[in-house]
Design a protein around this ligand. Structure first.
Ligand code: KIV
Ligand code: ZN
Length: 388
């Protein structure tokens, strides 16, 4: 990769996203999501964890066969069986990748793996060597990198690169990092690992403190050139960094984030709705970019501004993410301008007195009801017309 502003988007909706409780997807569903991810321009699709189950193997393998452009990866632990199974699942892809990982933090090595650091280092060497024998494109991840001891982490990275890993992923597995610490870790590792220039460094942020996207952007500023994320930010616990937020942050704030992704932003809404529909995971209304309220305005002051010039209260257009329009929501905070526009959209033009009367009755209704729908306004105005 020669263009230093280009950021590769690695989507793990089908693997880490699927690890959200209640989010599992069957083959047909994974194929639908993968097709949309390709349409949206992601560079790498992590299709599954092939050894996890026969179903996940079959789904990963189906995605590998169907994708025409994106690299397709399967996750594997450091053991030979895992790696061989991952390879069997992705080998038919046009562009296959094996993604192998092992934990490198003292806590995980002791409690979970029951291995010494020397044993983990040896596992890094063996696992990447084997993966590289099978596949030219190998990614290695240091699970719990952000709680790992820097000298040891650097030795693991150097070993993985020496054995042929071309992508080095440093996950914030438990969402513990802050932008400052996560960025500093990348800067430190890229500077101190002697063969760092032979690999692309990758971010992978969980959202336990709500910092997933901020941490991702800090790592990119520090030299990472691949970003791992999921649609709607689904994933273990509080989820992963959301792809739509990262892509739009780089688009909207190109002045301070001078990076490019291949994401076709107008496909974002379609991708969000597809994943939400398939998983049954509703997107929170105030979720950035794809929440129902992301382009909705209720306050009179905001609605008035929106009617005059949308850039008063919107930093990106709804069209830019695949929506058709913003939404002026009628409620108790709405003002005259928005009410008049609403009436016009519904085909009504009232005289001054009738308008004032309808507006007063609308306000009274909005005080009594959480949401005022078009049908409510219709009833109210029909009444006004009859009275008039
Ligand atoms: O969060 C994490 O550490 C992961 C790795 C397995 C890549 O998902
Ligand atoms: Zn993860």
């Amino acid at each position: 990769m020669t263009d230093q502003t280009q950021i590769l988007i690695f989507d793990t909706t089908l693997r880490d996203g699927e690890q959200s409780p209640g989010c599992s997807m069957n083959i047909e569903e994974k194929l639908q999501v993968a097709a949309q991810l390709e349409a949206m321009g992601v560079d790498i699709i992590e299709a599954g964890f092939a050894i996890a189950s026969q179903g996940d193997f079959d789904a990963t393998s189906a995605v590998a066969k169907h994708c025409t452009r994106a690299i397709v990866a399967s996750l594997a632990r450091a053991g030979a069986k895992d790696i061989e199974r991952a390879w069997d699942a992705v080998r038919h892809a046009k562009r296959p990748r094996i993604h192998t990982f092992i934990a490198t933090s003292p806590l995980h090595m002791r409690v979970k793996l029951n291995k010494s650091s020397d044993e983990v280092l040896e596992a890094v060497e063996r696992s990447v060597r084997l993966a590289r024998k099978l596949c030219d494109d190998v990614e290695w991840s240091a699970e719990d990198a952000t709680r790992s001891e820097p000298d040891f982490l650097a030795r693991c990275i150097e070993t993985a690169i020496r054995e042929g890993a071309t992508t080095i992923n440093l996950p914030d597995t438990v969402g513990y990092a802050t932008p400052e610490t996560y960025g500093a870790m990348f800067r430190d590792m890229i500077a101190r690992v002697p063969n760092a220039d032979r690999a692309i460094f990758s971010t992978h942020c969980h959202n336990d403190l709500g910092l997933g996207v901020a941490n991702t952007l800090a790592a990119v500023a520090a030299g990472a050139r691949q970003v791992e994320s999921t649609i709607n930010g689904i994933g273990e616990r509080a989820g992963n960094a959301a792809i739509e937020e990262i892509a739009m942050a780089m688009k909207v704030r190109a002045d301070v984030l001078p990076f490019r992704t291949g994401i076709v932003a107008t496909e974002i809404t379609r991708a969000s709705r597809l994943v939400s529909g398939i998983t049954g995971f509703q997107v929170q209304p105030n979720k950035a970019i794809v929440g129902a309220n992301a382009f909705a305005h209720e306050s009179g002051i905001h609605q008035d501004g929106m009617i005059k010039d949308a850039s008063t209260y919107e930093i990106m257009t709804p069209e830019s993410v695949g929506l058709t329009h913003s939404n002026l929501v009628m409620g108790k905070h709405s003002g005259r301008a928005a009410f008049r526009q609403k009436l016009e959209e519904m085909g009504y033009e009232l005289g001054d007195n009738a308008f004032q009367d309808a507006f007063d009755r609308f306000k009274a209704l909005a005080d009594a009801k959480k949401s005022v729908f078009d049908e409510d306004i219709l009833a109210l105005v029909d009444d006004e017309v009859l009275r008039g």
